[in-house]
Write a protein that binds this ligand. Structure first.
Ligand code: SF4
Ligand code: SF4
Ligand SMILES: [Zn+2]
Length: 298
């Protein structure tokens, strides 16, 4: 805190406006003025955000220390043992496995899908917006870019993680909405309601990752990129974003990424949690290694 403010507080004055604090508010360091109180609330909230971020960073640094030996081995496997010359990262890792689809979840998904299709097409089978040029729609142009996908050195993050963010797709019915169906129609302007519905339903896997999105499988998303919701193609968590930064900074085509379960600190002992290592070599070959173990949590 600014030394002047500390002094003002000690003097029994408001630390925001410097006016005397009435006796009933003594000890709070803030007068009764709503402006000062709002300011104090904002300061307290941002101090809390900062504290949480510091806590998170400290926890992640401990996680990183547990797997640094795996990063080194994985980098070597990718053909570049010098860590200054290969993009490296640590991401979350989900250990959940596939289970048969749940009927209730499927029903809800189908209802939502039907609603999204009805909203996108309206009453007519050839809505007016579909007659306009796709290239004149900035959203569509951006969407088409996101649909391209990324290099494998970056996708290594999601391979190591196994789709932590796709868990959100359960409660949100794979994020499919009217806009998703409009993208679909842009690419398949002749498609009718039933055809679209069948296309989405036919992509549903028999089994999906427990408690996750209906399309989430052991090998990733069962929907092709062009059929996914916009957010599924666009979203990037901070761990993947950090790996993107590494790739940009080091100009690396190779990467070495380790997936560490979020609850790894429940198993602080050496070799505790299961982890996954992914190496991408210069020829974009992918090597997945589930045989490594984390070191002890210190
Ligand atoms: S975007 Fe992040 S959270 Fe989602 S699968 Fe990839 S690494 Fe995991
Ligand atoms: S549709 Fe695919 S990318 Fe989107 S949440 Fe579901 S599994 Fe993940
Ligand atoms: Zn004040």
């Amino acid at each position: 805190m600014h030394p002047f403010r500390t002094k003002a507080r000690l003097d029994g004055r408001c630390r925001v406006c410097g006016q005397p604090v009435p006796p009933e508010r003594a000890g709070l360091g803030i007068c009764g003025n709503p402006v000062c109180q709002t300011r104090a609330t904002i300061e307290a909230a941002s101090a809390e955000v900062k504290r949480k971020a510091e806590e998170r960073d400290a926890a992640e640094a401990k996680g990183l220390a547990r797997v640094s030996h795996v990063i080194e081995a994985t980098a070597a496997q990718a053909g570049e043992p010098d860590l200054d010359r290969i993009a490296t990262g640590v991401v979350p890792h989900i250990t959940l496995t596939e289970v048969p689809q749940e009927e209730e979840q499927l029903e809800r998904f189908e209802t939502n899908l039907g609603r999204a299709i009805a909203e996108a097409l309206g009453e007519e089978e050839a809505p007016e917006w579909l007659q306009t040029e796709a290239e004149g729609d900035p959203d569509f142009v951006q969407r088409a870019e996101h649909q391209q996908g990324d290099p494998l050195s970056l996708d290594a993050a999601c391979i190591a993680c196994r789709g932590d963010c796709c868990m959100q797709g359960n409660g949100r019915d794979a994020f499919i909405n009217m806009r998703t169906i409009q993208w679909y129609l842009r690419q398949n302007p002749e498609a009718g309601k039933e055809e679209i519905r069948q296309d989405y339903l036919s992509r549903l896997p028999e089994a999906h990752i427990e408690r996750s999105c209906v399309y989430h499988t052991n090998t990733g998303c069962a929907l092709p990129r062009e059929m996914r919701a916009d957010v599924c193609n666009r979203w990037e968590c901070r761990w993947r974003d950090a790996l993107r930064g590494e790739i940009r900074r080091k100009g690396a085509a190779r990467s070495a990424v380790v997936g560490l379960p979020r609850d790894h600190d429940d198993h602080p002992e050496e070799g505790g949690p299961r982890i996954r290592a992914v190496a991408i070599d210069e020829h974009s070959r992918v090597a997945i290694n589930d045989g490594f173990r984390a070191g002890p949590l210190k």
